[in-house]
Design a protein around this ligand. Structure first.
Ligand code: BTN
Length: 242
């Protein structure tokens, strides 16, 4: 399997993740399919949010993967791969990014890329994964003050196809480590974590607290040292106050 073995370049679509899900349902999707769109009319983000993107400016894509008899235990490792691929791709374009747990990509404390992974599971095994990526490349103005792009950071225009090829190559590289070298992925992911070993302000339930991120545990939960005790948090149990 390699990402890009089947490739769809769409002018306009509601959401590349929806397009991928429809292809899978109709049995038309190959393992490794990549769906890239110039424009989304209903781009979806995490927590039921919308992902807005100016047409023809950014990377909007979905990678489809059908793991072969792989346990759901590996879901975290796949998640790590995509984040690592994004950070390394940006690094190749001289942009220094970090992973805000679990999978936002930040540059200068602002979000440059977001990930929406949609899985289909059965009997403890992963049937299919759709890795949706929105990477801000050439957009200069955003409705949200906490968003940024490669062009804002580097003050130049990037070739979208070069960026998408680089991301695909990186993802192909890192996904090959899932089966046998998950500790390496965890180490790579952790070392690129935003705020690692720094005091940050968090919201936990209704409380605002200072804590220091020390890593992630075997289940992919964020480990934070709060007043000398290391506590683990699932997604939605903790938020960053940036
Ligand atoms: C987030 O909220 O951070 C996740 C954003 C994910 C957006 C991408 S754009 C391509 C793919 N298709 C979608 O509808 N969403 C993802």
């Amino acid at each position: 399997m390699f990402f890009g073995s089947q490739f769809f370049h769409l002018d306009k679509v509601d959401s590349t993740n929806n397009f991928a899900a429809n292809l899978i349902e109709k049995g038309l999707c190959q393992n490794g399919a990549v769906i890239l769109a110039d424009e989304q009319t209903l781009g979806r983000g995490q927590r039921d949010s919308l992902w807005e993107s100016e047409p023809h400016k950014n990377i909007l894509c979905s990678f489809v993967y059908f793991p072969d008899n792989v346990s759901v235990d590996k879901l975290e490792a796949y998640n790590y791969c995509l984040s690592i691929a994004l950070v390394n791709c940006l690094k190749l374009f001289q942009i220094d990014a970090a992973i805000k747990w679990p999978n936002d990509i930040l540059v200068n404390n602002k979000k440059i890329a977001g990930v929406l992974i949609e899985n289909s599971l059965s009997a403890g095994k992963i049937k299919s994964m759709i890795f949706g990526v929105g990477l801000n490349v050439n957009q200069l103005n955003f409705n949200y003050s906490h968003a940024t792009s490669m062009a804002v950071i580097a003050d130049k225009v990037f070739d979208l196809s070069e960026v998408s090829s680089c991301l695909t190559q990186q993802f192909n590289h890192w996904i090959s480590f899932v089966e046998n070298k998950t500790p390496l992925l965890k180490q790579q992911y952790t070392s690129n974590l935003f705020g690692l070993q720094k005091v940050l302000r968090f919201k936990i339930l209704l409380h605002e607290l200072d804590g220091v991120i020390v890593g992630v545990n075997e289940n992919g939960e964020l480990e934070v040292n709060i007043e000398g005790n290391v506590r683990s948090f699932k997604n939605k149990e903790i938020s960053f106050l940036l």
